[in-house]
Design a protein around this ligand. Structure first.
Ligand code: PLP
Length: 481
């Protein structure tokens, strides 16, 4: 523990950093090398980690060795290992060596990219990398930065839907909410998303003042896809009584089952009401880099106002990295641009540059484009496609094993690399099986409600996962069922 007599080293010492940086990189490499031998989830009770930490920070400095020893002793045993090869819960938070090096470089450079003028390369690399990525996914030209649209990196898909909804409100109210708020606009705004849309849509509706009650939840069919006819009926009914249908969120790859809403049909309905269409492809969007999966993933994108996905879910870029494209950047900028005197500069006033602070909620922003750039450059598109393809094929193999076991129901054909299944014996038996499987610490799965049933979800997508890990998870399931 800390020795008060020890002198504090300077916080910025290149030589010390060289040595300690290597030690930390070695620590991370050792962690990765031993991941497979660890439990996926921790076996700790609430308060156990906090109880091992002192009540306050040390007065004098602790050494890196002391801190790393506590990391090993106190922190790591209290972690869920999201990069574990047998992590199949939620959706993956995939990462890769190149991306983490990009993260380290971004921290090392320590620049703020809020305005073009505060670090021109930070903005220009982001614009370029999102143009590359748009191209790789086969998204329409309207999202390219050379036109009226363009891409931006947000921290998360939740922020993506929030800024899309703010831009939609701006457009629906005649570019006024940034200045006058909703004063004088007395027609209620209504947003729409399916029952299976991510909770972030509801959260955004609450934040922007439309309210959760101002979000209509549209029913889904047996596969979890939005019922487009029900959407049309709801929008028409609202418009008929003077409400303003201003925003529709379509989901490409729902969290529960990976279902894909009929975006092209939804786009036509939204257009009839001039409502903003946002496509949330948080997890599934990554698979559009493979031409064979692209068709249904980008269908209708040519009529969407915004389209976003998380490279941090399935494209080997570590959290946080949400790629959001808009077809016309005017509404987003009109809603979110703030230029107090201390931020004014000639480049912004020339109109020739992008100031990404105008495309997001916070002012400051990290140099996230570096990790995306490094992942794309150091892995290459073909390796990323292989990563997605392998997961889809292992999920399909796993689904066949489930379907062949008479005790299980495969609830849906797998959507990409997500498999939803249940025990025929019912919800309670399925929940108990999930608990028993996770208690082994050898694998980790989560659940959702699919078609009204308690479903176990297997989401394949981690950077360290192999086919053997997927098959081993099936063996744990079949033995404990
Ligand atoms: N949208 C969908 C479809 C998701 O599955 C998720 C998370 O799993 C989100 C949005 C939220 O993602 P984030 O954590 O990036 O806000």
């Amino acid at each position: 523990m800390s020795d008060q007599a020890r002198p504090s080293p300077p916080p910025f010492d290149p030589e010390r950093f060289r040595v300690e940086g290597r030690a930390v990189v070695d620590w991370i490499a050792d962690y990765w090398a031993t991941l497979a031998s660890r439990r996926v989830t921790p076996d700790v009770s609430p308060g156990v980690v906090a109880g091992q930490l002192p009540p306050g920070p040390p007065e004098g400095p602790d050494s890196l060795a002391e801190v790393l020893a506590d990391l090993d002793r106190i922190i790591v045993p209290g972690l869920t290992h999201w990069q574990h090869p047998s992590f199949f819960g939620y959706f993956p938070a995939s990462a890769s060596g190149p991306s983490i090096l990009g993260e380290l470089l971004a921290a090392g450079l320590g620049v703020q990219g809020m305005l073009w003028a505060t670090s021109p390369a930070c903005t220009e690399l982001e614009t370029k990398v999102l143009d590359w990525l748009r191209d790789l996914l086969g998204l329409p030209e309207r999202f390219a930065s050379i036109g009226a649209g363009g891409g931006v990196i947000q921290d998360s898909a939740s922020s993506g839907v929030l800024v899309a909804m703010v831009a939609a409100r701006e457009r629906a109210t005649g570019q006024r909410t940034n200045a006058a708020g909703l004063a004088g606009f007395d027609r209620p705004l209504v947003a729409y998303a399916s029952d299976d849309a991510h909770s972030s849509v509801e959260k955004a509706a609450g934040i922007i003042g439309v309210g959760r009650e101002g979000l209509r939840k549209i029913p889904v069919d047996h596969r979890g896809c939005m019922d487009a006819l029900a959407l049309a009926t709801a929008m028409d009914a609202d418009a008929a009584v003077g409400r303003v249908p201003f925003f529709v969120a379509a989901t490409v790859g729902t969290t529960a089952s990976g279902a894909i809403d009929p975006v092209a049909e939804i786009a036509a309905i939204a257009a009839r009401h001039a409502a903003w269409l946002h496509v949330d492809a948080a997890w599934a969007g990554a698979a559009a880099i493979c031409p064979e999966f692209r068709g249904e993933l980008v269908a209708g994108a040519d009529r969407a106002d915004s389209w976003g996905f998380n490279p941090h879910k399935w494209l080997l870029v570590n959290f946080d990295c949400h790629a959001l494209w808009v077809a016309d950047r005017r509404a987003i900028v009109s809603a979110l641009s703030m230029k107090p005197e201390y931020l004014r500069n000639r480049a912004s006033e020339s109109g020739a540059v992008i100031d990404y602070a105008d495309w997001q909620v916070p002012l400051g922003r990290r140099f996230r484009a570096l990790k995306l750039w490094m992942t794309l450059r150091m892995l290459g598109a073909e390796a990323l496609r292989g990563h997605i393809r392998r997961h889809v094929s292992w999920a399909s193999e796993f689904a066949d094993l489930v379907a062949a076991d008479p005790r299980f129901d495969l609830l849906l054909p797998p959507n990409l690399s997500l498999v939803c299944f249940a025990l025929k014996a019912g919800d309670d038996a399925t929940r108990e099986l999930l608990d028993r499987v996770n208690a082994t610490g050898r694998t980790f799965l989560t659940h959702a409600r699919v078609g009204g049933r308690f479903a176990i979800r297997l989401a394949v997508g981690g950077g360290t996962t192999t086919r053997d890990d997927v098959l081993a998870t099936w063996r744990v399931l079949e033995n404990l069922a």
